[in-house]
Design a protein around this ligand. Structure first.
Ligand code: SF4
Ligand code: SF4
Length: 289
């Protein structure tokens, strides 16, 4: 099986869902903070309640602790047997896209599916007899647009948070002081298991990241993320603006790098690969390890 198969917007594929619910079992559904709001709205509870009741690792993953179903795998916490998804209107991007995935690289968006065989065929072979749809029509039908915007806004926020870690390392004199530990600590953070990373960041930052109190129109992901970014930048300024010593600055750089990597994981990125990319950039700008 190869890594993934890229698809084009005009490709016609067996994308009509037979609604058997197999992909709501044993799957991995990651979340960004706006998706958490969307799910909570659908459930008519607060994002904090949704996070605490139905998510893992501080809110970046929907919990799969429902009834055992397809292939002995547990259902998503939002799945109801003989009914389907209980949060269908607010479901996250990963569920809207499935069996497809999405990647954004250098401002270009690509869609793909895992492996070289169309994923639905394993659990729902009947889809091969249903109406073929173009990828473009499928995305329209799934109303992915707002959710894709949210994903892109949060990708920018990941970079903004990482930029604070860069600033603390490169623009405060820390790197110039001969520091050789910070990049190794960044790397260690990238390798942490999500539960350990969440514990290391601590509840205050996790809550600011995943359940911010934002009063703008929460239906609009762009204004929501804009406000959220402002709040996170302000928090970083409040927390790190007056640091005096290099050990304090190093600690702050590692912490905020952890926050960026945690959010990146919620967007489906691989923190280990991402942190290596950032370490390379830091080294090109004078940091050493
Ligand atoms: S595996 Fe495909 S066809 Fe089956 S329920 Fe999921 S999306 Fe629908
Ligand atoms: S959120 Fe809904 S569509 Fe997504 S995995 Fe859970 S039950 Fe299935």
């Amino acid at each position: 099986m190869k890594g993934s198969t890229r698809v084009n917007i005009q490709d016609k594929l067996p994308l009509t869902c037979s609604r058997r619910g197999t992909c709501c079992h044993g799957n991995l559904v990651m979340l960004n903070p706006w998706e958490l709001v969307s799910l909570a709205r659908e459930k008519t509870i607060t994002p904090r309640e949704f996070r605490d009741l139905y998510c893992d690792y501080g809110g970046i993953r929907v919990r799969f602790d429902g009834e055992v179903g397809w292939k002995g795998k547990k259902a998503c916490s939002q799945y109801i047997s003989n009914f389907g998804c209980s949060v269908h209107i607010g479901r996250p991007l990963a569920c809207r896209l499935f069996p497809l995935g999405r990647q954004k690289q250098c401002d270009e968006v690509h869609y793909m599916y895992q492996g070289d065989e169309f994923p639905c065929l394993e659990g729902c072979p009947e889809v091969s007899g249903l109406l073929l749809l173009t990828v473009g029509d499928y995305l329209k039908g799934q109303k992915t647009e707002k959710f894709e915007k949210a994903q892109d806004e949060y990708l920018d926020i990941v970079q903004n948070l990482a930029d604070i870690a860069f600033f603390l390392l490169l623009d405060t004199g820390l790197a110039e002081s001969g520091d050789t530990e910070t990049l190794e600590l960044w790397r260690k953070t990238g390798k942490e298991l999500p539960e350990m990373l969440a514990a290391g960041i601590g509840p205050e930052w996790i809550d600011s990241l995943m359940i911010p109190e934002i009063l703008v129109d929460t239906e609009d992901p762009v204004s929501f993320a804009y406000k959220h970014n402002e709040m996170l930048q302000q928090k970083a300024q409040d927390k790190f603006g007056d640091l005096q010593t290099f050990p304090e600055i190093q600690k702050a750089s590692v912490l905020i790098m952890g926050v960026a990597l945690y959010l990146a994981r919620g967007l489906g990125a691989n923190p280990e690969t991402l942190v290596e990319h950032w370490i390379d950039i830091a080294k090109k700008n004078g940091a050493v390890e």
